[in-house]
Design a protein around this ligand. Structure first.
Ligand code: PEP
Ligand code: MG
Length: 873
């Protein structure tokens, strides 16, 4: 097997075998760019070395020596020859870029003899010895694991002793003394010696680079970026060129575009008279690349042309390393540059406009998760590195927020009104908390899962939220909370990262996400590609307006009970729930109807001719019952009954298992007047908007929690009768539909029967997941971590659709539903509707649209287009 390839060799290997760096060095050599000569040892050699239990790489020795001889012939220099010394760099290069995670040795080939040769040949002994001391330092670190800082400390001590500040102020004698000291460090630390044999240097360095594939930081990086751990790294051995040589010499890194903003034009920095690690190590402050134009104009122009050529060749923004040796420019590396989300969208758009790539390629290069960083603030990555982590919960809604903690909604509101930035910390939230939630920078709960009340409501509002924090216990009475052993009082400052679920002590710097024109243009391209539409789950006019701004094609779920979160409305809702007789309930319902008329009208006006799916009341009753005594007393007064009586009625409504209790369509079976009021409010307001705006309004009325065909049939008949009687009285028509959510496993299995009387289906995957697994959506936060750690579940099923179980039920429901009605419209409105991998699955199942919270609409549009493009490829 051939393990070594010269850069100039004619071959067709890719990143997988040559690593990203090696493949690009070979490609640049073929393009005729000024690349110092060299060769690449393949990843297969690394794999063999590592799987052999890291025995010596004897299998490679002969080939390595042959490759060196070939390099010697090309460069007219020899490794270890004091007359014409060849110096090389030995650098790692993984198939997928892992910047800075593995090791590099520079200036290899120097020993006590060749250093003299280099000094003579360059007429620059200082330079030669500076290279030598750098080699001994790097070799000690990489091959013998002697900490860099030990060498740095000696260098600093010497400079202090000589009363100089810069390395370049040291004399030749100083450098020689430093080299002596460095060599003793080997003995002190590892009873080792710096090898004078250059071949030994080479093999040891190659083995060390192979081994660096397994160092802890590389492992962590692979885990974080889901990089296959079996790939191994390639090793690149390349003739050294010297940025620390003399006169017009230097080294730098540059991007073809600004990686933070995406603005076109060279962006980077360089140092004259320096080697690569000086730029990276931050020992000296580099100059911006624009200064090179004034300092070395010809080289600058040459580099600019070369950068342009590379960008056109690779059709993407490049991140390059270059060195100038005595007025001669060399490029040492090029790779696709990493960039911020903002830059990613701008660059993709510009590359299409410049004719370098087409729209489809641009769409496929972006990641849905990047959009979160554009729509929501993120913490400053530097600040995050040192931030004191308190605990981690479930990342329910993205964003980054710092504020003072409050444990009840009212206190949060008072503090907010006094000008404080507040974070609401609760065991769980309920509709009573809404005013506190609205004014909070972030919401944190100790209980709950990704579809719990706090999660769903915060996501709808676009508010940062972390739920299910198992290590948080809130003591509302004492106004304090235990954050994983740290007791914090009301008013303490914390920072909440809704992207990761991490909560930190104290304030952290933020960067505000910036939505930009590029995002909107690219999302419009996405819509043209995607066979599946993206709708939104929204109920307040603000959320509805946001949803349409973000490009939702319709409303897939208007949760009507969410419209009763405000204190006055909640009061009316409670009156209705706790009314003991029909006449009292009718009074409460009449008041609620007035409110609903206005709500629905506002929604239809904003939606114009887009479809609006309005779901009838589905409250798990416990979420709406008054807990506080003051609330109970107020309700008793309104209903003209005693507090004791109200307590009795509340007690009568308390359910052992409210999520499986008297909710959804079950409420309408016992109290038909509730849904009758709601459908009339829907139809009356739709009619009003139809007349005012002069276009058809077609409401889709949706029943929750249907489990049997008879339930569906009964309610459909009742509601159709109510609506049709009203329309006949008004002598008007309106094209309404009555469909159902599919969120009870039984409904999937009898979907053919249900479809007889349903005009459409929409999967409520939150409840469907809850009932399929038997996992309470409000309590999963406490154990999902253990399930994932022990690989029982690869992801939270409330976040990413469980394709094997819940997905199988959905497949049955679609097949059976369309068996009865081939044209049946089918959507998904559970929270997984905004999850990219779930969208792919839903699309494959034949779903017509997915519906998600407004802030997730943009990433869902991108994900839907990507699925379509990937399946077409
Ligand atoms: C669902 O169950 O998936 C759903 C969308 O309804 P809710 O979350 O309101 O129960
Ligand atoms: Mg539901």
């Amino acid at each position: 097997m051939q393990y070594i390839y010269a850069f100039a060799e004619d071959q067709t290997l890719t990143n997988t075998e040559l690593g990203g760096k090696g493949a690009n060095l070979a490609e640049m050599t073929r393009l005729g760019l000024p690349v110092p000569a060299g060769f690449t040892i393949t990843t297969a050699a690394c794999q063999r070395y590592l799987t052999n239990g890291q025995a010596e790489c004897d299998f490679l020795k002969d080939d390595l020596m042959k490759a060196v001889q070939q390099l010697e012939a090309t460069t007219h220099r020899q490794l270890g020859n004091p007359e014409q010394p060849l110096l090389v760099s030995v650098r790692s290069g993984a198939p997928i870029s892992m910047p800075g995670m593995m090791d590099t040795v520079l200036n290899l080939g120097l020993n006590d003899q060749t250093v003299e040769g280099l000094a003579k040949q360059t007429h620059n002994p200082w330079f030669a010895y500076d290279c030598y001391r750098r080699l001994i330092q790097m070799f000690g670190d990489v091959v013998y694991g002697i900490d860099k800082s030990i060498f740095e400390a000696e260098l600093t001590a010497l400079k202090r002793a000589k009363q100089v500040t810069s390395d370049t102020d040291l004399t030749l004698a100083d450098l020689k003394q430093l080299i002596q000291t460095y060599q003793t460090l080997y003995q002190n630390t590892d009873d080792a010696q710096f090898p004078q044999s250059v071949t030994a240097q080479l093999t040891l360095a190659v083995e060390a680079v192979f081994k660096s594939w397994l160092n802890p930081r590389a492992k962590t990086y692979r885990r974080l970026h889901e990089i296959d751990a079996t790939m191994g790294t390639a090793v690149n051995i390349q003739q050294m060129v010297f940025g620390n040589y003399q006169g017009q010499s230097g080294t730098g890194v540059a991007f073809t575009r600004n990686p933070a903003t995406g603005e076109p034009g060279l962006f980077g920095e360089y140092l004259l008279n320096a080697q690569g690690e000086d730029v990276v190590a931050g020992i000296r402050t580099p100059e911006p690349i624009a200064t090179l134009k004034a300092q070395l104009p010809t080289i600058y122009e040459q580099f600019k042309t070369l950068a342009n050529q590379l960008e056109r060749h690779y059709q993407d923004m490049q991140d390059m390393e270059f060195t100038i040796e005595a007025g001669q420019l060399y490029v040492l590396q090029t790779r696709i540059g990493k960039r911020t989300p903002q830059a990613a969208f701008k660059i993709a758009l510009d590359l299409v406009n410049e004719g370098l790539i087409n729209r489809q390629t641009a769409i496929l290069r972006l990641k849905p998760a990047m959009i979160e960083g554009l729509l929501h603030p993120v913490f400053d990555p530097q600040a995050l590195k040192q931030a004191p982590l308190l605990l981690t919960g479930l990342p329910a809604s993205p964003g980054a927020a710092t504020g003072a903690i409050y444990f009840d909604a009212q206190q949060a509101q008072v503090a907010h009104e006094a000008g404080e930035k507040v974070i609401l910390v609760r065991q769980e939230t309920s509709p009573e908390d809404i005013d506190g939630m609205v004014v909070s920078q972030a919401i944190v709960t100790s209980r709950g899962g990704m579809t719990s009340h706090a999660a769903v409501v915060a996501r709808g509002m676009g508010c940062c939220c972390v739920v299910g924090c198992a290590q948080l216990s809130v003591d509302t009475d004492q106004k304090q909370a235990d954050f994983n052993g740290q007791l914090l009082k009301e008013g303490a400052i914390i920072s909440v990262d809704g992207h990761t679920g991490r909560i930190y002590l104290g304030a952290l710097g933020q960067q505000t996400g910036k939505q930009q024109a590029a995002l909107n243009t690219i999302l419009d391209w996405c819509d043209a590609e995607a066979p599946i539409d993206v709708w939104a789950n929204a109920e307040t006019p603000k959320e509805v307006a946001t949803a349409f701004e973000f490009g939702a094609k319709g409303l897939g779920l208007v949760r009507t009970e969410h419209m009763f979160f405000g204190p006055e409305r909640l009061f009316k809702m409670r009156e209705m729930i706790l009314a003991d007789q029909l006449s009292d309930r009718q009074i409460a319902l009449a008041a609620l109807k007035e409110l609903q008329l206005a709500d629905f009208k506002a929604i239809f006006e904003l939606a114009q001719d887009r479809p609006c799916t309005i779901r009838l009341l589905d409250p798990p009753l416990h979420e709406f019952l008054p807990q506080a005594t003051a609330d109970q007393v107020a309700l008793a007064t309104a209903l003209q009954i005693s507090p004791a009586e109200i307590k009795r009625r509340i007690a009568a409504k308390i359910e052992v298992n409210p999520m499986l209790g008297h909710r959804g369509s079950r409420l309408a079976v016992t109290y038909p007047e509730i849904y009758q009021m709601q459908v009339l409010a829907i139809i009356e307001s739709a009619l009003a908007v139809q007349v005012e705006q002069g276009h058809a309004v077609a409401p889709k009325i949706m029943l929750p929690l249907i489990g049997t065909a008879a339930e569906m049939q009964l309610l459909k008949q009742q509601l159709t009768a109510t609506i049709d009687t009203f329309l006949a009285q008004q002598a008007q028509t309106i094209a309404y539909q009555i469909g159902t959510m599919i969120e009870v496993p039984r409904a999937c299995l009898v979907a053919d029967q249900i479809a007889d009387s349903a005009d459409f289906f929409s999967f409520g995957t939150n409840d469907l997941t809850q009932m399929t697994f038997g996992f309470s959506r409000d309590d999963i936060g406490h154990f999902i971590g253990a399930y994932q750690e022990q690989a029982i579940l690869s992801s939270d099923p409330f976040q990413t659709l469980d394709q094997d179980g819940v997905g199988a039920l959905m497949r049955i429901a679609i097949q059976k539903g369309r068996q009865t009605k081939p044209e049946l419209s089918i959507g998904v409105c559970g929270e997984v509707g905004g999850d990219p991998s779930s969208i792919a699955f839903c699309q494959a199942l034949g779903v017509d649209y997915v519906s998600c919270s407004p802030y997730r609409v943009p990433s869902a549009r991108l994900a839907a287009a990507q699925v379509a493009l990937q399946t077409r490829v």
